[in-house]
Design a protein around this ligand. Structure first.
Ligand SMILES: [Zn+2]
Length: 850
């Protein structure tokens, strides 16, 4: 069966399912080339349905036989699924289908990864396993029998029975098909246990292939136990099965998947040891394990009615994992990290042709909407809601949400209703955050007269594709006021902005205060405030809100970079001196100082230039960025060696926030020192490092200064057996190659024997690296545009999801000059004209080209 012509699906056209499922029994007779899936599904007509049409999704299935209530039938098959006549009463549908896991390179449905069977069903992968109403609002109890002589056979829920070459699993919790999972393979477990607060004993396992990975599971297991405890303590949510399994898989399109009781993880999102994983990897793993675990309540027990509600589970669960990381580490550093990610990815999305609301209103391929907007902006919306209603009401509303919707497939309306019921507030204006795309601009003007200080705020959201006019949003603007000595005259206060323009008045102030606006990044907006550099430097030195202290430095750096590109200016002392005093302030968290040293990315600067009405030249941006880095290094040169020495961590490696912050600052300082010493210290660090954070930090510092050839070779020799570490080796070279060599470097990497187009991690390490190399990707030759297009055309028939995702690399094309635009358009057109292009990639190309 082939894909039918791509169809657009609309939120407004939602209709309830015609039939509900009470229970499902599945038998898998596993074979790599041919797997038989035998299903027995108990249906009943849905009294709330408007139709009695019986339709089951099915994609690329070979139907062997089908029955209704034991009688053979000949259903009508189409590219989308199956139709047949059914009784107007409960009935049992049975089918036997054949699928080929070994031929499944799309990694969606049941597929093979290194001789292991595994599944990925979100969003619509279950229809590649058997005929089923593959939509999240059909929830059922699953029993699964797996027949195979492989030693480990896993599915959702609790183990029921097992025998010679078979095992049966039963999941008592009704769930949609997207949470189905099956794993079979030669696996070993790292095991532990957890006792819930009401005394339930839970067995915990992280399953890996034998041969070394067993030693990389301890950190993930500790993170899982911390997550389980945190969710009990902070959200009152307890685990609900006797078993929790995690499986590490090498070939996986996403980071991880929250299947009920059987989470499947990209190996890179769970395996870690000090020698092979960086501090950033450890933090990311802890967060992803928490995220998938938290889904057990926000996603699994309460799921989404339809895929337009994806942000209901993702926004909330990202928000919860951000809270968790803040609690485990530093809330201020976490907030800065999250804001950087949001600005780099979500603001970029909002500014381009792929802009869409947190809850989109239409899609062709839902896999294309697992975006920064749905996830990260979705989380910001939750954070704003909490700020608006207050912590206590938030907690009450969440309790009500779980109580009211447990076992439901819910909507954003249901979610907001619990807040309205808890607080008595009308949240209809707040709801626009879900439907209105684009990043609001918040313009600030202020005046002081006769002891009274006035803040004039104006909001405006630019037009986005399909949305030309925008309404004012409810924006919580956290504000603090400081006096000339840096003392707070007004502690953090949340102003609720609801109109397009609004003035807030503060009386009884003896002198003109310095405002600190949008503290802790209280809303996902861009603030424009005509402040002097002296005022920004003052906030950088004195703001009592750590986020705004960091952001003041960031804004200074961004303005400086824009002016250096535009007017060919030298950096001013206000920024360099401010940076120096931050760096030397030993009372500040090293992790915070490391973030303060990091300049805005070249992509950020290109966007800032574009916003200011200029056409950015990525080559010039790169040169200016390098020049400023060198000037910072020179300005700080007396301080750098001392800080570097101070950041030496003694004792055994631990991935905790404290030592990780020290290593982060050490590496940031090393990168600057390498600009001055030709990489001497970095070579020493590389040679003596006993952990990946320092080894990779040194290698990065060397490559940034066009050194490190010998170290690259040594690194490859040392780590060629380790796929995850080699991903770093590939990625670093593609992302740090000089602009003129970037495309050639990436092309040579694709010729390396360890390059594998079928492995998403490896493909992303090379081409994600090339995309991250802004000046290299946008080199005027257009070589990188063409190379990426060549590879996307090769990848699309194998793995449409990853191909579509990587096609998004061209989404900034309208930012650049006519010549670059023409070259990118040519690359996109070549992709668009590929015969039999997947629905996934076609949708992205069409949206980018507009
Ligand atoms: Zn998620």
């Amino acid at each position: 069966m082939k894909d039918a012509a791509p169809q657009t699906i609309y939120l407004s056209e939602y209709t309830p399912p015609a039939y509900l499922v009470d229970n499902v029994h599945l038998t898998f007779r596993l074979g790599a080339l041919k797997t038989r899936v035998i299903s027995r599904i108990a249906f009943r007509p849905n009294p709330n349905a408007a139709t009695s049409d019986f339709f089951l999704h099915g994609d690329d299935l070979k139907l062997i036989s089908a029955k209704i209530d034991g009688q053979s039938i000949q259903p009508a098959l189409s590219g989308e699924g199956l139709r047949c006549a059914v009784p107007d009463a409960p009935f049992v549908f049975e089918a036997e289908v054949e699928i080929s896991p070994a031929a499944n390179t799309a990694l969606e449905g049941l597929y093979m990864s290194n001789d292991m069977y595994c599944t990925q069903c979100e969003a619509e992968g279950f229809r590649k396993i058997t005929f089923y109403p593959d939509r999240p609002d059909v929830m059922a109890v699953f029993t699964v029998r797996i027949e195979s002589d492989l030693p480990v056979l896993l599915s959702n829920g609790n183990p029921a029975q097992a025998g010679e070459a078979w095992a049966e699993w039963h999941d008592p919790w009704p769930k949609p098909a997207y949470l189905f999972a099956l794993v079979a393979g030669d696996l070993v477990a790292h095991s532990d246990t957890f006792t819930t607060r009401t005394g339930r004993h839970v067995d915990l396992n992280i399953w890996v292939r034998p041969g070394g990975d067993e030693a990389k599971c301890a950190f993930g297991m500790a993170a899982l136990k911390k997550s389980m405890k945190w969710d009990e303590e902070v959200y009152g949510r307890e685990y609900d099965l006797d078993l929790f399994n995690i499986v590490a898989v090498d070939d996986f399109n996403a980071g991880a998947m929250e299947n009920k009781g059987l989470n499947i993880f990209n190996a890179s999102a769970v395996l870690a040891s000090p020698e092979t994983a960086t501090d950033a990897d450890f933090e990311r793993i802890e967060a992803i394990i928490a995220h998938e675990y938290f889904h057990n309540w926000t996603g699994n027990r309460v799921t989404c009615r339809d895929w337009f509600q994806l942000c209901l589970k993702e926004g909330l669960t990202v928000y919860r994992d951000q809270q968790f990381t803040g609690d485990m580490r530093s809330p201020a550093v976490k907030r800065i990290d999250d804001a950087m990610v949001l600005r780099a990815h979500q603001f970029r999305e909002d500014n381009g042709p792929l802009a869409h609301p947190v809850r989109p209103e239409s899609f062709v391929e839902i896999n294309n909407f697992y975006t920064a907007t749905v996830y990260e902006k979705g989380a910001e919306v939750i954070g704003m809601l909490k700020l608006v209603v207050g912590d206590e009401a938030y907690a009450k509303a969440l309790d009500l949400y779980f109580e009211r919707h447990d076992g439901d497939a819910a909507t954003i309306e249901d979610w907001l209703q619990v807040f309205e019921d808890t607080t008595g507030r009308d949240l209809s204006q707040f709801k626009k955050w879900y439907s209105q795309a684009g990043t609001p601009r918040l313009t600030v003007r202020d005046e002081y007269k006769d002891d009274t200080y006035r803040l004039h705020l104006r909001q405006e959201t630019p037009a986005t594709p399909g949305q030309n006019t925008k309404d004012p949003l409810l924006i919580p603007v956290a504000v603090g006021l400081l006096n000339d000595n840096g003392a707070e005259v007004l502690p953090t206060t949340v102003l609720e902005m609801t109109k397009a323009e609004q003035t807030f008045t503060f009386d009884g102030l003896a002198s003109k205060p310095v405002p600190s606006i949008l503290r802790n990044f209280s809303a996902p907006v861009i603030v424009t405030h005509d402040k002097s550099n002296a005022e920004r430097a003052f906030l950088m030195a004195h703001d009592t809100d750590p986020f705004n202290r960091w952001d003041a430095g960031r804004t200074l750096a961004q303005d400086l970079l824009v002016r250096m590109v535009r007017d060919d200016l030298a950096p001013d002392a206000a920024f360099l001196d401010g940076l120096a005093s931050l760096l030397r302030d030993d009372t500040l968290d090293p992790a915070f100082r490391a973030l303060a040293l990091r300049l805005p990315s070249e992509g950020d600067t290109a966007q800032a230039l574009f916003d200011a009405g200029h056409t950015p030249d990525p080559i010039v941006v790169n040169q200016v960025q390098e020049a400023l880095t060198l000037q910072i290094a020179q300005h700080l040169q007396d301080t750098l060696p001392r800080i570097y020495a101070d950041m030496t961590v003694t004792g055994p490696y631990a991935p905790d926030a404290g030592p990780a912050g020290q290593r982060a600052l050490g590496n940031a300082v090393l990168a600057l020192m390498s600009r001055l010493d030709g990489g001497k210290q970095a070579s020493r660090q590389f040679a003596t490092a006993d952990n990946m954070t320092q080894q990779l930090g040194a290698l990065r510092a060397l490559l940034q200064t066009s050194k490190g050839t010998a170290e690259l070779a040594a690194f490859e020799k040392q780590w060629q057996h380790d796929r995850l570490v080699m991903d770093k080796w590939f990625g670093l070279q593609a992302s740090l190659a000089s602009p003129e060599n970037a495309a050639l470097t990436a092309e040579n990497l694709t010729k390396h024997p360890a390059f594998d187009i079928k492995n998403p991690n490896r493909f992303r390490s090379v081409f994600g690296g090339l995309k991250a190399n802004t000046a290299g990707f946008h080199h005027p030759s257009g070589a990188a545009y063409a190379l990426l297009a060549d590879w996307l055309i090769k990848l699309d028939p194998l793995n449409p999801q990853t191909a579509a995702r990587m096609t998004m690399s061209y989404d900034t094309w309208k930012r650049y000059d006519a010549d670059r635009q023409a070259k990118m358009r040519l690359a996109l057109t070549r992709i668009a004209q590929t015969p039999e292009l997947s629905r996934d990639t076609e949708e992205i190309v069409t949206r980018i080209l507009g």
